[in-house]
Design a protein around this ligand. Structure first.
Ligand code: RRO
Length: 306
C-alpha cells in the first residue's frame, strides 16, 4: 500500500529501519531490488567506523539486543552510492549520525548536493561509549535542530529515542513543531537494556558490559505509544514513521491506527532478510482488505476510544 511523507511518494508504506543489513552497497542494492518502500541507509558518520567488539547483536525469542557502535563506511561512500541507488525508483533516505554537531553539518551539506530524497537525522544512538543520546537532552536537541535546519536543503526527519513520560513527549514535540521538521521516526531501540544468559551467567553481548539497545516484540507497546503521542502533538504536516516490534501485517495496521503514515522494520529484517517485505506487504494488504480499508489516509491516526 503506497503512502506519502514529506511530499515523497513511497510505493509501499513498509521499509527497512536504519540499522541491520543497510551498510554496504550490496545491502542497499538488495533493498532497491526488494519490495521495501524505500532504501534507508545505516547511520553514517564523518569517518568510517568498525563499531564495537563482537558479539554485539543477539536475537532472543521476543526481540533483539545490539550494541553495534555505529559501524559504517563513512558518509563519503554513501554520497558515492547515491546515483546507483536512485535507479530503483523509490525514495532513498540517508541516516546521519555525526558524533558532534559540526559533523552533522558537514555530512548534510555533502548530501544537499546529491539526489538523496531525505535525511533522517539520528538523535538516538544508545551505543557510543561517552556519548549520551541527544534526544534525551532537549537543549542539545534544540541546538542541533536549529543549526541543521539552517543548512539542510532536503526533507529532514529525526529518529527519536523512546519517551516514557508525557512531559518529555510534549517537550520534544514542541521542538519538532518549532523547527518544522518534515517527518519523525519513532522509535529507536530502547537503550541500555541487559539480557542475561542464565546458563553461562554472562550477558549476551560484549560491549558496555552487556548493555545495549532492545528491539523486537519487547518494544512494540512503547513504540505504539510514542507514535500515538507524537500524532496527537505534532503539526499534521509532519509525517510519522513507526518502528519497533513489527513482525506481521497486523502489527503494521496497529501502527497506522496509532498515527504512522509508514513503518520500518529492524529486528525482523535482520532475521528474515529482504523476503520479509513481500510477506509483510501481503499480510498487511490482506488484513486491510478484510477490514475494508484500501488507503493509508482512511486508517492513519483513527484509533478509536474505548
Ligand atoms: O549502531 C548502533 O549501535 C545503533 C545505532 Br547507530 C542506533 O541508532 N540504534 C541502535 O540500536 N544501534
Amino acid at each position: 500500500m503506497k503512502t506519502t511523507i514529506a511530499s515523497l511518494n513511497f510505493p509501499s508504506c513498509i521499509m527497512n529501519a536504519s540499522g541491520p543489513r543497510c551498510t554496504t552497497f550490496e545491502d542497499l542494492k538488495a533493498l532497491g531490488l526488494s519490495s521495501s518502500g524505500a532504501i534507508v541507509t545505516k547511520s553514517c558518520t564523518l569517518e568510517a567506523r568498525g563499531g564495537n567488539p563482537e558479539p554485539r547483536y543477539k536475537k532472543v525469542e521476543d526481540g533483539s539486543i545490539n550494541s553495534m557502535g555505529l559501524p559504517n563506511l563513512g558518509y563519503k561512500k554513501y554520497v558515492e552510492f547515491v546515483p546507483e541507488l536512485k535507479k530503483y525508483k523509490k525514495p532513498l533516505i540517508v541516516s546521519v549520525s555525526g558524533l558532534q554537531l559540526a559533523d552533522n553539518l558537514e555530512i548534510i551539506k555533502a548530501f544537499n548536493k546529491t539526489d538523496v530524497d531525505a535525511i533522517e537525522l539520528n538523535l538516538s544512538c544508545p551505543n557510543i561509549v561517552g556519548k549520551a543520546q541527544v534526544g534525551y537532552d532537549f537543549e542539545q536537541s534544540e541546538e542541533v535542530l536549529r543549526e541543521v535546519k539552517k543548512i539542510c536543503k532536503k526533507p529532514l526527519g529525526t529518529k527519536l529515542p523512546p519517551y516514557f513520560d508525557f512531559v518529555h513527549f510534549e517537550q520534544m514535540a514542541s521542538l519538532l513543531n518549532k523547527h518544522k521538521v518534515d517527518f519523525v521516526t519513532c522509535i529507536n531501540s530502547i537503550g541500555n537494556g541487559l539480557i542475561i544468559d542464565p546458563e553461562t551467567e554472562k550477558p549476551l553481548i560484549k560491549p558496555k558490559g552487556g548493555f545495549g539497545g532492545i528491539g523486537g516484540k519487547f518494544v512494540k507497546p512503547t513504540a505504539l505509544a510514542n507514535v500515538k503521542k507524537m500524532h496527537e502533538l505534532l503539526d499534521k504536516k509532519i509525517g510519522i514513521i513507526g518502528v519497533g516490534g513489527i513482525y506481521s501485517g497486523v502489527d503494521i495496521f496497529e501502527f497506522i491506527l496509532a498515527g504512522a503514515r509508514a513503518v520500518q522494520v529492524g529486528t525482523i529484517y535482520q532475521e528474515e532478510g529482504v523476503k520479509c517485505f513481500d510477506r509483510l506487504n501481503r499480510e498487511f494488504e490482506n488484513y486491510c482488505a478484510k477490514k475494508g480499508y484500501s488507503k493509508i489516509e482512511d486508517m492513519c491516526g483513527k484509533l478509536k476510544p474505548l
